[in-house]
Write a protein that binds this ligand. Structure first.
Ligand SMILES: Nc1nc2c(ncn2[C@@H]2O[C@H](COP(=O)(O)OP(=O)(O)OP(=O)(O)O)[C@@H](O)[C@H]2O)c(=O)[nH]1
Ligand SMILES: [Mg+2]
Length: 260
């Protein structure tokens, strides 16, 4: 039987890039994807209009636009998407950032060979043999590699990325919702990496390409770098800290409206 695979595209103010991301979804890719959900985090530009108009122009495209009730951050959007995957009986969920920095094509070999079936997650890696960085600054590359090593030392496994924009998770492994209290911001993925160590997950890194051209980076590097160190330090001292609530604000329910 064919696997039921959900493609989740988080989108926040990326009206110029989201259309290119949707354009990546050609017949070959869609052969493996059952449904696509674009989750807008209450974008204030034309992201939602662009997605709606794409869906109207392609009535046979199995896609939906979801708009979060509030801006839940990138982590919060993952929670909405994982919940959707669990409730709708998906086998796997693929995450592809809406700002067109990654290429889902990089995962074609993963889809074709069924590699994803053998592991709890396949994580796109930008800093691994075979990865390709285009326009990504040397400084950020260096910083990322240092942090990869720090995390690797702490979880006792090689780490090749703390959170690229192309990942695939087995949905049954998300059923406990272990990630529910992870940060709702961009640090969500860092905690997901710690979870690999804590829960001894069978995660595999897989080299991907990553480009930076017209995207607007929302990462506040210095403050984020420090917060990450704090999470890492906490985890080193008391691994159970991963179960603590790292959110800045408690959200009772991560809700979204389906626009189409
Ligand atoms: N910053 C931010 N991004 C969000 C949010 N919700 C969804 N996203 C999407 O999450 C993705 C990642 O956001 P970016 O700010 O580009 O962060 P990043 O790609 O991890 O880091 P960069 O390398 O700086 O681009 C983008 O595709 C956004 O459209 C949100 O609330 N804030
Ligand atoms: Mg980005």
């Amino acid at each position: 039987m064919k696997d039921k695979i959900l493609l989740f595209i988080p989108a926040y103010n990326c009206e110029n890039q989201i259309i290119r991301v949707l354009g990546q979804l050609d017949e070959e890719i869609m052969h493996y994807i059952t449904e696509v959900i674009v989750i807008s985090n209450r974008s204030t530009d034309n992201t939602e209009a662009v997605v709606s108009s794409f869906l109207n122009r392609h009535p046979d495209f199995p896609g939906k636009l979801l708009v979060n009730h509030e801006n839940y951050g990138l982590g919060g959007s993952h929670k909405v998407a994982f919940d959707y995957a669990l409730k709708n009986g998906f086998d796997y969920v693929v995450v592809l950032h809406g700002d067109d920095q990654g290429s889902i094509e990089d995962f074609l070999p993963v889809f074709r060979s069924g590699y994803y079936r053998k592991h709890a997650s396949v994580l796109g890696a930008r800093f691994m043999r075979g990865s390709k960085l285009i326009g990504y600054s040397l400084f950020r590359t260096f910083g990322n590699i240092v942090y990869d090593f720090l995390f690797a030392a702490v979880i006792g496994r090689r780490v090749y990325d703390l959170g690229s924009g192309l990942n695939m998770y087995r949905v049954s492994d998300l059923a406990s919702r272990y990630y529910e209290k992870f940060p709702d911001n961009l640090m969500f993925n860092y905690c997901m990496v710690l979870a690999i160590g804590y829960y001894k997950q069978d995660a595999k890194f897989y080299p991907v390409s990553w480009r930076e051209d017209d995207q607007v980076s929302n990462v506040k590097m210095a403050s984020q770098a420090l917060k990450v160190l704090k999470i890492l330090y906490d985890y080193c001292r008391i691994p159970e800290r991963i179960l603590a609530d790292y959110r800045d604000r408690i959200v009772e329910e991560y809700g979204a409206d389906e626009i189409k």
